[in-house]
Design a protein around this ligand. Structure first.
Ligand code: ZN
Length: 279
């Protein structure tokens, strides 16, 4: 896990934000430790980037990355439990469809932009904490895949990593994950799916939840009519899809086992493995 980064620097990052099983209340880093982790590219000085510049950066990054690149990295993350490789697929899948816009308050949350979840505080010039983003990225494969600022951070870090090469073991794991959907009752939701794949690859529950989110945001598992995160125009027919099933992001909330996998999504992100994954 996290073999792509310096072990001590990752420990410094994790110790800043996490105790044994929960978020740390203090979130402080000793200055010499912080300097070490920054030198290793695991922690970062605070930065100020505006909402509009973030969107410009996002568009540029998505233009430099191919769907297959992030798909390969996702695959390669599975057997090695290399969470840094897993996150970029989610960030890219959302970020590539983010349209230019001006900051507009979220109608219910208020503290962020309704279109890209950019924080109001940061729009007012408060520095962003990139370290908490990297913590989430390395611990769970990312959480804020629908936040433009996270997408930019994640994709920038992704481009610094060596090219990921999936192994046969990785492809078998993803195939087993897809096969697990077929064993579920048609009405099962993402929570059931998470439990069904718990023994398939080395992972914690939260890692599996985020992995399902990523597959869902990318439309690899998708409800009928799903095109991308910003296009819920054909949100499904049945009312039961809208029932609260926890903290999942919108496309995952609507997905049911009967919807299964989406060949178009698999062909887009895993083209070299399509026939193996779906035969
Ligand atoms: Zn925005």
């Amino acid at each position: 896990m996290n073999k792509l980064y310096d072990k001590r620097a990752v420990k410094i990052l994790f110790d800043t934000y996490w105790t044994i099983d929960r978020w740390s209340q203090h979130r402080t880093t000793h200055p010499s430790d912080l300097a070490y982790a920054i030198a290793k590219g695991v922690m970062f000085p605070s930065t100020i980037v505006s909402h509009d510049q973030t969107l410009i950066n996002l568009q540029k990054l998505c233009g430099e990355i191919s769907p297959e690149q992030v798909g390969n990295a996702f695959l390669a993350s599975l057997s090695a439990r290399e969470l840094a490789l897993r996150s970029a697929l989610g960030s890219f899948a959302v970020g590539r469809h983010q349209k230019p816009h001006k900051f507009e308050w979220h109608p219910s949350r208020g503290s962020c932009c309704r279109y890209c979840s950019f924080y109001l505080e940061e729009e007012k010039g408060h520095p962003a904490d990139l370290n908490v983003l990297n913590f989430e990225r390395l611990k769970w494969g990312g959480v804020r895949h629908n936040h433009a600022a996270y997408e930019v951070f994640d994709l920038e870090q992704f481009l610094k990593l060596p090219t990921a090469k999936p192994t046969e073991a990785d492809v078998i794991i993803l195939k087993k994950i897809f096969l697990a959907i077929r064993q579920l009752e048609p009405s099962c939701h993402a929570g059931h799916f998470e439990k069904a794949i718990s023994g398939i690859f080395p992972s914690s529950r939260n890692e599996r939840c985020q992995m399902i989110e990523i597959l869902s945001l990318a439309g690899v598992i998708a409800y009928p009519g799903y095109r991308n995160y910003f296009d819920n125009g054909q949100v499904p027919h049945e009312k039961d899809r809208f029932k609260d099933i926890g903290y999942w992001k919108s496309p995952t909330t609507y997905w049911r086992a009967r919807d299964g996998i989406n060949l178009n999504g698999i062909a887009e992100y895993f083209p070299a493995y399509l026939s193996t994954l779906v035969d």
